[in-house]
Design a protein around this ligand. Structure first.
Ligand SMILES: [Zn+2]
Length: 290
């Protein structure tokens, strides 16, 4: 059979498909809006799984939020999923084995196995979307920490409590490097609190100087964070993914980081498994773990 049912649970949508053990998608990708309550999410997942579980060896789920080291429970819920989400008993959703892992960790694994960081044993994935997801691979192993929660991109940028963060602290990397971070940077520069990331990109493409400055400032903050991570982990490469990842000039950041790092030079890549990297990575990692 050599196939798994991969599911990616995000704050706005749930995607799923049959995926073989080499990471190839073998069915139509089905997408639904993420329901608003824990109970509705459980029902939706049961319905999707029921359709496919007889055709697969296991169920592989990439989810927002930190996942424990046993890969069976979410231990830290994210703000964009409903209350009680982390109490879901994922194994109870199927008669087949259910493997779960944090979505950014799954994306990091997909890129390491079949994507842009293939063959590099030390890599750091940054998923730049509404927030920032992080996945760190050291010596060919996913860095999970004592509980499974390692790789969260909440370290301070030393800005003297300038900007609050979703985690309750101030000035985290995420508060600057995320899509929301770009919005806040642009709001400061353009003096417009209602500006969207879409507006910023569009204005910049029309050569609006303030929008270009906002994008550059955002990118410089990403570069500073990557420089710090490079010094801490000395990775072979970084992989940028997520809806905002494509707006980053990887070459420029690589030049900056390598001119300042106290570790050895690193490489910056754009992800290539992108949209479905979460579920593909969940299947590849589950296949190697179970
Ligand atoms: Zn934070």
């Amino acid at each position: 059979m050599n196939r798994a049912f991969g599911i990616d649970i995000g704050g706005t949508k749930i995607s799923c498909a049959l995926i073989d053990n080499n990471g190839n998608i073998k069915s139509e990708v089905e997408k639904i809006q993420t329901p608003k309550t824990k109970e509705e999410i459980v029902e939706a997942l049961k319905g999707l799984i029921l359709k496919y579980e007889n055709e697969v060896e296991f169920i592989a789920i990439a989810t927002a939020g930190a996942v424990n080291n046993q890969n069976n429970a979410v231990i830290g819920s994210t703000a964009n999923l409903p209350k009680g989400y982390k109490d879901i008993n994922f194994q109870s959703l199927s008669t087949k084995k259910v493997f779960i892992e944090n979505d950014a960790n799954c994306s990091a694994w997909a890129e390491y196995r079949i994507g842009s960081s293939k063959g590099y044993k030390n890599s750091i994935m940054l998923t730049l979307g509404t927030g920032v997801g992080g996945g760190i691979i050291i010596d060919g192993k996913l860095l999970k920490g004592k509980s499974g929660a390692a790789g969260e991109m909440h370290f301070a940028m030393m800005r003297n409590k300038k900007r609050s963060c979703t985690c309750g602290s101030f000035d985290c990397f995420e508060a600057y490097a995320s899509g929301n971070g770009l919005k806040r940077t642009a709001a400061e520069i353009l003096k417009d609190n209602s500006i969207t990331t879409y507006n910023i990109i569009e204005l910049a493409s029309k050569q609006n100087k303030d929008a270009i400055l906002a994008l550059e400032t955002w990118q410089n903050d990403i570069a500073l964070g990557i420089l710090g991570l490079s010094n801490l982990f000395d990775p072979d490469c970084f992989v940028l993914s997520g809806s905002m990842g494509k707006f980053v000039d990887a070459y420029k950041i690589e030049q900056f980081v390598n001119s300042k790092t106290v570790a050895m030079p690193t490489k910056i890549f754009h992800a290539i498994t992108d949209n479905y990297s979460g579920m593909i990575g969940a299947v590849l990692l589950g296949n190697e773990t179970l």
